[in-house]
Design a protein around this ligand. Sequence first.
Ligand code: FAD
Length: 386
Amino acid sequence: MATVQTILDVDYAVIGLGVMGASTLYFLAQSGGKVVGVDVHSPPHGLGASHGGYKVTREAVAEGPAYLHFARRSNALLRDLEQRCGASLMQRTGTLIIGSEATDSTSSFLHDTVRIAKANGIPHEVMPSKELRRRYPQLIGVADEDAGYLEPDAGFIRPELLLDLQIALAEQAGAQILRNTAVKRIAPISGGVEIETEEGLIRTRQAVVAAGRWMGELLGDRFSSLLTVSRQRTFTFRVRDAAAYRAERFPTLMWFRESVGGDCATVFPSEGSGVKFFVADTEDDPRIGMSGDRFFERHVEPFFAGLSPQLLATETCFYTSTPDHRFLLDWHPDIPGLFLVSACSGHGFKHAVGIGETVSAVLTGKPASDLSAFNLTRFSANLQGD
Ligand SMILES: Cc1cc2nc3c(=O)[nH]c(=O)nc-3n(C[C@H](O)[C@H](O)[C@H](O)COP(=O)(O)OP(=O)(O)OC[C@H]3O[C@@H](n4cnc5c(N)ncnc54)[C@H](O)[C@@H]3O)c2cc1C
């Protein structure tokens, strides 16, 4: 049997350089240790989840209090990065969340968002449907029961710019980047982890795996049956009334619409000739055709004025989710020294810089924020046997 040559001996290796891996790599590279980042493609690329030009951010995260620290740290760290590098990584257009007040549910996304904002002193404004219609006349589908939450300091992050910058800064700090290099196998060895790549073996004291939708493929059956991958599509339609959709008049928007079963449309301000839309699960919705016509009829036309059905672009992106839809941030149960960063489903981007900082602190033995809400033991029953 041919022996595989060892190509690197390092302190820390990061497998997968989407936003989770790139953020972790960036912080590990500042630690003074010997660091390598490996990706099967050349990130940023459009094959995983960390692309698409725009990712919504907001600080009042209705998904649960365990996420608040990451959202806050990410925003603060993004500001630091912008100041240090003179880059514009985030557009602070404000994020507007619209939802129905009619629902008695005290756990609606809108209610939860307002509650978290109030409890944590996050600047915001709440407005009734009348005020929404006055301020945003382009939103023609606002129902009487709708209300809005506006977080003025929020907006959207530019994913490709952030990834480029974090990887470049990691390289400047001494990290080695192996692009277009597939990891084939990860195994425990005495004192660390061995990573088999197409080029040879990497031996490392500790490693992080952040392989997005390929996590199961890399870690084996137990993980591929734990993690669900779903294909999502975004649509960009030509804008007729360009001024109405520029950031000065149109914030980053998340709109939960009762008339379409509570589906949330995520919409970004226009920076050219189109407006970008995303509604989760459209790929599996038989009413939505590849041409975008049905998407336009269902999700755009009844709600937004001044847009044309002409589809300018459509993109694919993948969600990776755990059974309870919470992230997975924990050590591998059988490979000591291997840390898992995964399943950041539809809302991971806004937390990624904060997660990278925390994971790097965990590996380098620095004080780190509590990750118990994201542990693997909650799935012990699902993970038995291989
Ligand atoms: C349509 C869509 C819209 C979204 N919108 C938002 C939003 O508005 N706001 C928000 O906060 N979040 C949003 N998200 C979620 C967010 O984008 C993801 O949580 C995040 O990008 C996940 O990043 P990741 O690094 O885990 O995965 P990925 O970006 O998929 O990165 C994984 C990396 O691992 C590499 N890799 C895989 N296998 C191997 C291997 N064997 N060897 C080497 N490298 C490997 C891949 O090449 C890839 O670069 C959205 C997601 C989608 C799909």
